[in-house]
Design a protein around this ligand. Structure first.
Ligand code: 13P
Length: 253
Protein backbone atom coordinates (compact mmCIF):
# COMPACT_ATOMS: atom_id res chain seq x y z
CA UNK A 1 0.00 0.00 0.00
CA UNK A 2 1.46 3.35 -1.03
CA UNK A 3 1.55 6.01 1.66
CA UNK A 4 -0.05 9.37 0.90
CA UNK A 5 2.33 12.31 0.62
CA UNK A 6 1.56 16.03 0.57
CA UNK A 7 4.31 18.48 -0.38
CA UNK A 8 3.95 22.25 -0.27
CA UNK A 9 5.85 24.20 -2.93
CA UNK A 10 6.20 27.75 -1.68
CA UNK A 11 7.78 28.88 -4.97
CA UNK A 12 9.34 32.38 -4.64
CA UNK A 13 7.21 33.41 -1.67
CA UNK A 14 7.84 34.01 2.00
CA UNK A 15 9.86 36.04 4.45
CA UNK A 16 11.49 35.27 7.79
CA UNK A 17 8.59 36.49 9.96
CA UNK A 18 5.74 35.10 7.84
CA UNK A 19 7.52 31.74 7.42
CA UNK A 20 7.88 31.32 11.19
CA UNK A 21 4.15 31.89 11.72
CA UNK A 22 3.15 29.70 8.79
CA UNK A 23 5.37 26.81 9.89
CA UNK A 24 4.21 26.99 13.52
CA UNK A 25 0.55 27.02 12.44
CA UNK A 26 1.01 24.19 9.93
CA UNK A 27 2.87 22.00 12.42
CA UNK A 28 0.18 22.42 15.08
CA UNK A 29 -2.70 21.88 12.64
CA UNK A 30 -1.38 18.73 10.94
CA UNK A 31 -0.72 16.92 14.20
CA UNK A 32 -3.84 14.79 13.58
CA UNK A 33 -2.75 13.80 10.08
CA UNK A 34 -0.82 10.73 11.18
CA UNK A 35 -0.06 7.95 8.72
CA UNK A 36 0.78 10.30 5.84
CA UNK A 37 3.97 12.17 4.96
CA UNK A 38 4.10 15.96 4.75
CA UNK A 39 6.87 18.28 3.58
CA UNK A 40 7.46 21.85 2.45
CA UNK A 41 9.84 22.96 -0.33
CA UNK A 42 11.05 26.43 0.54
CA UNK A 43 13.29 28.98 -1.25
CA UNK A 44 17.04 28.34 -0.75
CA UNK A 45 17.71 31.27 1.65
CA UNK A 46 15.12 29.97 4.10
CA UNK A 47 16.33 26.36 4.27
CA UNK A 48 18.45 26.94 7.37
CA UNK A 49 15.75 28.67 9.36
CA UNK A 50 13.04 26.29 8.22
CA UNK A 51 15.19 23.32 9.15
CA UNK A 52 15.48 24.73 12.69
CA UNK A 53 11.73 25.37 12.88
CA UNK A 54 10.94 21.85 11.73
CA UNK A 55 13.55 20.07 13.89
CA UNK A 56 11.87 17.09 15.54
CA UNK A 57 8.57 17.80 13.73
CA UNK A 58 6.77 15.44 11.42
CA UNK A 59 6.87 17.96 8.56
CA UNK A 60 9.85 17.28 6.30
CA UNK A 61 11.95 19.75 4.34
CA UNK A 62 12.69 20.07 0.65
CA UNK A 63 14.21 22.44 -1.89
CA UNK A 64 12.79 23.58 -5.22
CA UNK A 65 15.78 22.94 -7.46
CA UNK A 66 19.27 21.41 -7.53
CA UNK A 67 22.27 21.82 -9.79
CA UNK A 68 23.39 18.61 -11.49
CA UNK A 69 27.06 19.17 -10.62
CA UNK A 70 28.62 18.31 -7.27
CA UNK A 71 30.55 21.55 -6.81
CA UNK A 72 32.61 24.10 -8.71
CA UNK A 73 32.34 27.23 -10.79
CA UNK A 74 28.56 27.47 -11.17
CA UNK A 75 27.76 30.92 -9.81
CA UNK A 76 24.37 31.15 -8.17
CA UNK A 77 23.74 27.42 -8.15
CA UNK A 78 23.17 25.01 -5.25
CA UNK A 79 24.38 21.40 -5.06
CA UNK A 80 22.81 18.31 -3.58
CA UNK A 81 25.36 18.07 -0.77
CA UNK A 82 24.47 21.63 0.27
CA UNK A 83 20.80 20.67 0.45
CA UNK A 84 21.71 17.64 2.57
CA UNK A 85 23.71 19.98 4.84
CA UNK A 86 20.45 21.83 5.52
CA UNK A 87 18.50 18.64 6.30
CA UNK A 88 16.56 18.52 3.04
CA UNK A 89 14.91 15.24 2.26
CA UNK A 90 13.14 16.18 -0.99
CA UNK A 91 14.07 18.28 -3.99
CA UNK A 92 11.78 19.22 -6.88
CA UNK A 93 13.20 18.61 -10.33
CA UNK A 94 11.70 19.71 -13.62
CA UNK A 95 8.91 21.87 -12.27
CA UNK A 96 7.08 23.33 -15.29
CA UNK A 97 8.18 26.82 -14.26
CA UNK A 98 11.82 25.68 -14.46
CA UNK A 99 11.21 23.99 -17.81
CA UNK A 100 9.26 26.91 -19.27
CA UNK A 101 10.90 30.02 -17.75
CA UNK A 102 14.46 28.71 -17.38
CA UNK A 103 14.70 26.42 -20.39
CA UNK A 104 15.30 23.14 -18.60
CA UNK A 105 15.24 20.25 -21.06
CA UNK A 106 14.19 16.67 -20.32
CA UNK A 107 17.87 15.69 -20.38
CA UNK A 108 18.87 18.37 -17.86
CA UNK A 109 16.00 17.40 -15.59
CA UNK A 110 17.14 13.78 -15.78
CA UNK A 111 20.69 14.86 -14.82
CA UNK A 112 19.25 16.72 -11.83
CA UNK A 113 17.22 13.66 -10.84
CA UNK A 114 20.39 11.58 -10.90
CA UNK A 115 22.36 14.21 -8.95
CA UNK A 116 19.65 14.25 -6.27
CA UNK A 117 19.79 10.46 -5.91
CA UNK A 118 23.60 10.54 -5.69
CA UNK A 119 23.39 13.10 -2.89
CA UNK A 120 20.88 11.00 -0.93
CA UNK A 121 17.93 13.28 -1.65
CA UNK A 122 14.51 12.11 -2.78
CA UNK A 123 13.81 13.84 -6.11
CA UNK A 124 10.25 14.82 -7.00
CA UNK A 125 10.06 14.62 -10.80
CA UNK A 126 7.44 17.02 -12.14
CA UNK A 127 5.81 16.18 -15.46
CA UNK A 128 2.86 17.70 -17.25
CA UNK A 129 1.43 19.00 -20.50
CA UNK A 130 0.42 22.49 -21.62
CA UNK A 131 -3.14 23.29 -22.63
CA UNK A 132 -2.17 23.30 -26.31
CA UNK A 133 -0.61 19.85 -25.93
CA UNK A 134 -3.73 18.55 -24.14
CA UNK A 135 -6.00 19.99 -26.82
CA UNK A 136 -3.85 18.35 -29.47
CA UNK A 137 -4.28 14.98 -27.74
CA UNK A 138 -0.59 14.83 -26.80
CA UNK A 139 -0.86 14.56 -23.00
CA UNK A 140 0.39 11.00 -22.63
CA UNK A 141 3.10 11.41 -25.25
CA UNK A 142 4.47 14.49 -23.44
CA UNK A 143 4.52 13.01 -19.94
CA UNK A 144 5.94 9.68 -21.18
CA UNK A 145 8.78 11.52 -22.91
CA UNK A 146 9.53 13.51 -19.75
CA UNK A 147 9.55 10.30 -17.72
CA UNK A 148 11.53 8.27 -20.26
CA UNK A 149 14.43 10.77 -20.16
CA UNK A 150 14.84 9.99 -16.44
CA UNK A 151 14.47 6.24 -17.01
CA UNK A 152 17.16 6.43 -19.71
CA UNK A 153 19.50 8.16 -17.28
CA UNK A 154 19.01 6.23 -14.02
CA UNK A 155 17.09 3.06 -14.93
CA UNK A 156 13.45 2.35 -14.20
CA UNK A 157 13.91 0.85 -10.72
CA UNK A 158 15.45 4.08 -9.40
CA UNK A 159 12.09 5.81 -9.89
CA UNK A 160 11.15 4.17 -6.58
CA UNK A 161 13.79 6.25 -4.84
CA UNK A 162 11.96 9.38 -5.90
CA UNK A 163 8.42 10.61 -6.41
CA UNK A 164 6.57 11.59 -9.59
CA UNK A 165 4.29 14.63 -9.62
CA UNK A 166 1.82 15.05 -12.47
CA UNK A 167 1.18 18.76 -12.81
CA UNK A 168 -0.79 19.80 -15.89
CA UNK A 169 0.62 23.23 -16.77
CA UNK A 170 -2.86 24.59 -17.51
CA UNK A 171 -3.96 23.82 -13.94
CA UNK A 172 -1.03 25.48 -12.15
CA UNK A 173 -1.98 28.69 -10.40
CA UNK A 174 -5.03 29.10 -12.64
CA UNK A 175 -7.73 27.93 -10.26
CA UNK A 176 -8.63 25.37 -12.92
CA UNK A 177 -8.04 21.88 -11.52
CA UNK A 178 -7.96 18.70 -13.53
CA UNK A 179 -11.07 16.75 -12.59
CA UNK A 180 -10.39 13.67 -10.48
CA UNK A 181 -11.17 11.53 -13.54
CA UNK A 182 -8.82 13.53 -15.81
CA UNK A 183 -6.00 13.35 -13.27
CA UNK A 184 -6.58 9.66 -12.53
CA UNK A 185 -6.44 8.85 -16.26
CA UNK A 186 -2.95 10.37 -16.59
CA UNK A 187 -1.73 8.83 -13.31
CA UNK A 188 -2.89 5.42 -14.50
CA UNK A 189 -1.28 5.95 -17.90
CA UNK A 190 2.02 6.84 -16.18
CA UNK A 191 1.79 3.82 -13.92
CA UNK A 192 0.97 1.53 -16.85
CA UNK A 193 3.90 2.95 -18.80
CA UNK A 194 6.19 2.11 -15.87
CA UNK A 195 4.49 -1.28 -15.40
CA UNK A 196 5.51 -2.27 -18.92
CA UNK A 197 9.13 -1.77 -17.81
CA UNK A 198 9.00 -2.99 -14.19
CA UNK A 199 5.83 -3.96 -12.34
CA UNK A 200 7.30 -3.66 -8.83
CA UNK A 201 8.35 -0.07 -9.48
CA UNK A 202 4.93 0.70 -10.95
CA UNK A 203 3.22 -0.59 -7.81
CA UNK A 204 5.54 1.21 -5.39
CA UNK A 205 6.21 4.64 -6.90
CA UNK A 206 4.15 7.49 -5.48
CA UNK A 207 2.50 9.72 -8.09
CA UNK A 208 1.29 13.06 -6.74
CA UNK A 209 -1.13 15.43 -8.44
CA UNK A 210 -0.46 19.17 -8.55
CA UNK A 211 -2.40 22.08 -10.01
CA UNK A 212 -4.86 24.23 -8.05
CA UNK A 213 -5.34 21.66 -5.28
CA UNK A 214 -7.37 23.28 -2.51
CA UNK A 215 -9.20 22.24 0.63
CA UNK A 216 -12.42 21.73 -1.31
CA UNK A 217 -11.11 19.50 -4.11
CA UNK A 218 -8.30 17.59 -2.36
CA UNK A 219 -10.38 14.73 -0.98
CA UNK A 220 -11.94 13.81 -4.33
CA UNK A 221 -8.55 13.92 -6.09
CA UNK A 222 -6.73 11.95 -3.39
CA UNK A 223 -9.46 9.31 -3.32
CA UNK A 224 -8.56 8.19 -6.85
CA UNK A 225 -6.68 4.88 -6.80
CA UNK A 226 -3.53 6.12 -8.56
CA UNK A 227 -3.28 9.55 -6.91
CA UNK A 228 -0.97 9.22 -3.91
CA UNK A 229 -1.16 12.78 -2.65
CA UNK A 230 -0.46 16.28 -3.87
CA UNK A 231 2.11 18.92 -4.73
CA UNK A 232 0.53 22.11 -3.49
CA UNK A 233 1.43 25.64 -4.60
CA UNK A 234 -0.81 28.55 -3.57
CA UNK A 235 -2.71 26.65 -0.89
CA UNK A 236 0.55 25.74 0.87
CA UNK A 237 1.06 29.42 1.77
CA UNK A 238 -1.95 29.42 4.07
CA UNK A 239 -1.87 27.23 7.17
CA UNK A 240 -5.62 26.56 7.20
CA UNK A 241 -5.70 25.56 3.54
CA UNK A 242 -2.54 23.47 3.63
CA UNK A 243 -3.52 21.60 6.78
CA UNK A 244 -7.00 20.97 5.34
CA UNK A 245 -5.35 19.46 2.24
CA UNK A 246 -3.14 17.29 4.47
CA UNK A 247 -6.15 16.12 6.49
CA UNK A 248 -7.91 15.25 3.21
CA UNK A 249 -4.94 13.05 2.29
CA UNK A 250 -5.28 11.30 5.63
CA UNK A 251 -9.03 10.87 5.09
CA UNK A 252 -8.38 9.36 1.65
CA UNK A 253 -5.68 6.98 2.90
P1 13P B 1 -0.88 25.76 -7.52
O1 13P B 1 -1.33 24.80 -6.41
O2 13P B 1 -0.74 27.16 -7.03
O3 13P B 1 -1.73 25.62 -8.73
O4 13P B 1 0.59 25.31 -7.94
C1 13P B 1 0.84 23.98 -8.21
C2 13P B 1 2.30 23.80 -8.34
O5 13P B 1 2.91 24.29 -9.27
C3 13P B 1 3.01 23.06 -7.28
O6 13P B 1 4.30 22.74 -7.65
Amino acid sequence: MRKKLVIGNWKMNGGRATNARLLADVVSRVSGADGIDIAVCVPFPYLGNTSQHLFGCRVGLGAQDINEHESGAFTGEVSGSMLIDFDCHFVLVGHSERRDLFGETNERVAAKFEAALKSGLEPVLCVGETLAQRNAGQTNEVVFEQLQAVVDRVGVSRLQDGVIAYEPVWAIGTGETASPAQAQAVHLALRDYIRALDSQTANDVQILYGGSVKADNALSLFSEPDIDGGLIGGASLDADSFSAVCLSAKAAS
